[in-house]
Structure formats: C-alpha cells, structure tokens
Write a protein that binds this ligand. Structure first.
Ligand SMILES: C[S@@+](CC[C@H](N)C(=O)[O-])C[C@H]1O[C@@H](n2cnc3c(N)ncnc32)[C@H](O)[C@@H]1O
Ligand code: SF4
Length: 441
C-alpha cells in the first residue's frame, strides 16, 4: 500500500537541519549532485533531468552556490571523509563552472577522498587537468557496454572503445584511479551473455584499477545466477591479475577454478547485484571497500545477514547537496541510522523533508533477530529491503533500496532437487519463526 507524501515526509527548516548536523560527531561523506543528462538512457535507474541550457546555468550559477553557502559552516567544521560528484552527468560541467564549484568548497583540495563520475561521451582534457589540480583520487567511467547497438537501443549517447582507452590513459597519466561501470543483460536476450563476456574482455584489455559489474536492476532476479557464472568464469580465466572480492581469492587458493557450485556461493556471496573487481596490486584498503564504501552504502540491495547487520548498526553520515526535478530519486542525506532527509527542488528553491519512517530500522532489527535464529539463508533466498515513497504529486513512486519495506523472495529455477528442498525447509522455518515472533509482540 502506498502512503501519502505527508505520511512519510515532514517539511523541516534549514535551521533545524543545521542544528542536527551540529550533533553529528562522525566524519561525513559529501555527495554533490549534477542533475542533467544529454539523453535519458532507457535502463537508467536514476534518470537525470534532460539538459536545457537555461536550467543548467541557473542550477550551477545560482542554485548550487546558494546551497553550498548555506552548508558552508558544516562543510568547514566537519571532518570530511569522502566527496562524491555524481548524477546525472557531472562531466557535462564546463571547465569554468567546474573550477568555480571546486573552489567554492572550503579546503576542498586538501581534504577527503574525491570521486567523480564521468560519461565517456562528455569529457575534455582540461576537465581532467582540473580534477588533477584538485587532487581527485578516483574517476568512475560509465561504460555500461562497449556494444554500440545496445547503447543505441538504450538511447545512450555512445563512446567508442578508442575514446574510453584515451580517457583511461589520460587519467592514469595524472595518477587518478580508474573505475569502470558495466551493466550486464541490457537487452534481455540470450545474446547478452556474449556481450557481457566481450565487455569484460575489452575492459580487462584497458587495464582499469577497478571494474564494477551490475545486473540491470529490472532483470536482476532473473539474471543473478547467470551473472555470477559468466562474470566469475570469464574473470578467472581472462585475467589472473584481477581479483573480485574474497571469493575469487578463495577459489583460486583452493584450485577450484572451474567449479561453480553451491558451497562457496552460499557462504561467501554477500551481494549478488554488484560485483567489484580490483587490480591485484591495489591496497588492502581499497579491496575492503574503504574507498567506495560510500557508494555501496548509498544504494545497495541487501542480501545477507552481515550486510543487514552492518547497515542497521551504522549508517555513515551522508550530506547530499543539490537536486533538480527528479521524481525518481531525490537527493538524500543521512544524519545517522535513524534520521534521514531529502532535498527537493522544483522551482530553484530548496525544500527539505525529514523522512518519518523511523520504524524501518526497528522492523529490520526484528527480522534480523529472526534470521539469526533460523541461520544463514541457502543460496537462492534473498532479503530485499526497499521503500516506496510517493512524490509530491502523489503518482510516481521512487525507491530507495535499503529502507522501509522488506520482501523475501526465492527462486527455484536454477537448482537441483536437493537444493530446492533446502530452500523450502528454510522458508518454512522462517515463516514459523516470523509467526511466533508476531504472536509474541
Ligand atoms: C547514474 S550514472 C552517472 C554517470 C553518468 N551519467 C553516466 O551515465 O556515465 C552512475 C551509474 O549507475 C549505473 N546504473 C544506472 N542505471 C542502472 C540500472 N538500471 N541498472 C544497473 N546500473 C545502473 C550505471 O552503471 C552508471 O554508470
Ligand atoms: S546512465 Fe547516466 S547519462 Fe544515462 S540517464 Fe542515467 S545518469 Fe543520465
């Protein structure tokens, strides 16, 4: 059942927000939003706002500077762990405005790990120089796929292999780490498997520091298993140099390279939606998600008890700055585990709304108690937490994957009879425990 906007949000003044930030004692992660895109890719979960010169100028020359000024005290006083420039398409920013933006952030050059999202069809050498000048650490290149036909079908402005090669080389010259975003199964066809394999081959050839592979959200349930098999097998035999998470390390050390079966997945796989591959020589710090933890925390579908526990236990503070007419995904801020707010901007005037769903974490804790009792789920059983929040017009619903409502789902398709039985038994046990729990509370 969808609730009304007013049941979920309470408008809050900026003074109150400032006061709340005063009480946050941890280092914070700052997200700065670039709303515009030159075309709206069909697959996109974030759906930027279609570029319009006038709106663009108003946003970067008036709206964002005003907000940064409002947050100035907080940005000056707090320890800043990470800065993330995401969107939309931050790399649409022209060099003058980019410089102006960076120089308006207090002590920006000297503080925090810095990451910038770059659309490979929109970038310039001067832009990379500015990133270097301001000590950027990471650039994420949105490749999605090298397959030009797929990009066209998805209404995405394409970039060629050669262009991506060039950007990668230029970033490396400047000592900036390069991360690639790849999405699998964009066409919903059997061919997708071939495309994904070839995308990985091409990506490895360019030797980035990190590759993130995701299933297209809409199809994730259907393709998780394929993704695991395709991505892991190809990564293992294509390149000994890249490591995925600890799983690959483990399989390698046990010499089970061709074996993709239940046991290690069951215990080891934490999130099936996203897989990250790191260069071997990268520091331990990076492999442990220290750098990209912020991204992970912002937007992850949770699939294991450990993930749930870490989410429930500590949500890193996130200060989200900037938004423009996005019905699907408002810019949000996390003050702590229980307090979140969003910034909404339809007329170049920011409005702030506290999210009132405090019960979520309690609900999540309850389910965690039950899961702990029943034990870790077998492969094929997933817990997906998401909220559905209506926008102000009451019609459109956007989702933030890690809040509010949970679904438990399981999938029989891929398993043998024994494993199906295991899933069934687990589900029965879980329902019993949920019932006992509900009767006692
Ligand atoms: C919001 S985009 C911003 C960067 C830039 N606009 C670009 O497209 O390169 C960040 C990343 O989100 C991922 N993404 C967007 N929609 C997705 C979807 N439906 N499923 C999986 N990943 C998605 C893409 O991999 C993309 O690189
Ligand atoms: S994938 Fe990037 S360019 Fe495409 S609509 Fe989403 S944010 Fe815009």
């Amino acid at each position: 059942m969808t609730k009304k906007f007013s049941e979920i949000y309470r408008e809050i003044s900026f003074e109150e927000i400032e006061e709340k930030w005063e009480n946050v004692n941890k280092p914070i992660n700052v997200y700065i939003h670039s709303p515009f895109c030159k075309s709206i890719c069909k697959f996109c979960y974030y759906k930027g706002t279609l570029f319009n010169q006038q709106e663009y100028e108003r946003y970067y020359d008036k709206y964002l500077p005003k907000l940064i000024e409002m947050y100035k005290d907080i940005l000056e006083k707090k320890e800043i762990k990470t800065w993330f420039f995401g969107g939309g398409t931050p790399s649409l920013l022209d060099t003058q405005r980019l410089e102006k933006l960076f120089s308006s952030l207090p002590n920006f050059k000297q503080r925090g790990e810095k990451t910038f999202e770059l659309h490979p069809a929109f970038w310039s050498m001067e832009q990379l120089d500015i990133l270097k000048k301001y000590n950027f650490d990471n650039v994420i290149i949105g490749i999605q796929t090298f397959d030009q036909e797929t990009l066209k079908n998805q209404n995405r402005i394409p970039a060629t292999f050669e262009e991506i090669k060039k950007i990668t080389e230029e970033l490396k010259k400047r000592n900036i780490r390069v991360s690639y975003d790849i999405i699998g199964f964009l066409n919903d066809k059997e061919d997708d498997r071939k495309i994904l394999r070839s995308d990985l081959e091409l990506a490895y050839e360019l030797n980035p520091d990190e590759i993130t592979v995701q299933t297209h959200y809409d199809y994730k349930e259907k393709y998780d298993e394929f993704l695991i098999q395709d991505v892991l097998t190809s990564s293992l035999y294509l390149s000994g140099e890249y490591l995925s998470l600890s799983e690959i390390l483990k399989i390698k050390s046990e010499g089970q390279i061709n074996k993709f079966d239940s046991n290690f997945l069951k215990e080891e796989f934490k999130s099936l939606k996203t897989m990250r591959f790191f260069k071997e020589e990268l520091s331990k710090k990076m492999q442990n998600f220290e750098i990209f933890k912020f991204i992970k925390g912002m937007d992850e579908v949770l699939t294991s008890e450990n993930d749930l526990l870490s989410m429930a236990g500590h949500v890193d503070p996130v200060l989200g700055i900037g938004s423009y007419k996005n019905k699907l995904k408002n810019t949000f801020s996390n003050l702590n585990s229980n307090e979140h707010y969003v910034e909404i901007n339809y007329d170049n005037n920011p409005k702030f709304y506290m999210v009132l769903e405090h019960d979520f974490f309690r609900e999540m804790q309850k389910l965690l108690e039950i899961i702990k009792k029943v034990g870790p789920p077998p492969r094929g059983v997933k817990f997906n937490f998401e909220n559905q929040i209506p926008t102000k017009d009451g019609n459109t619903i956007y989702q933030r994957p890690f809040l509010i409502k949970y679904n438990i789902f399981y999938d029989y398709l891929f398993y043998d009879e024994n494993h199906k039985k295991e899933i069934q038994e687990y589900m029965n046990k879980l329902s019993q425990e949920i019932e006992i729990y509900s009767n006692n509370h």
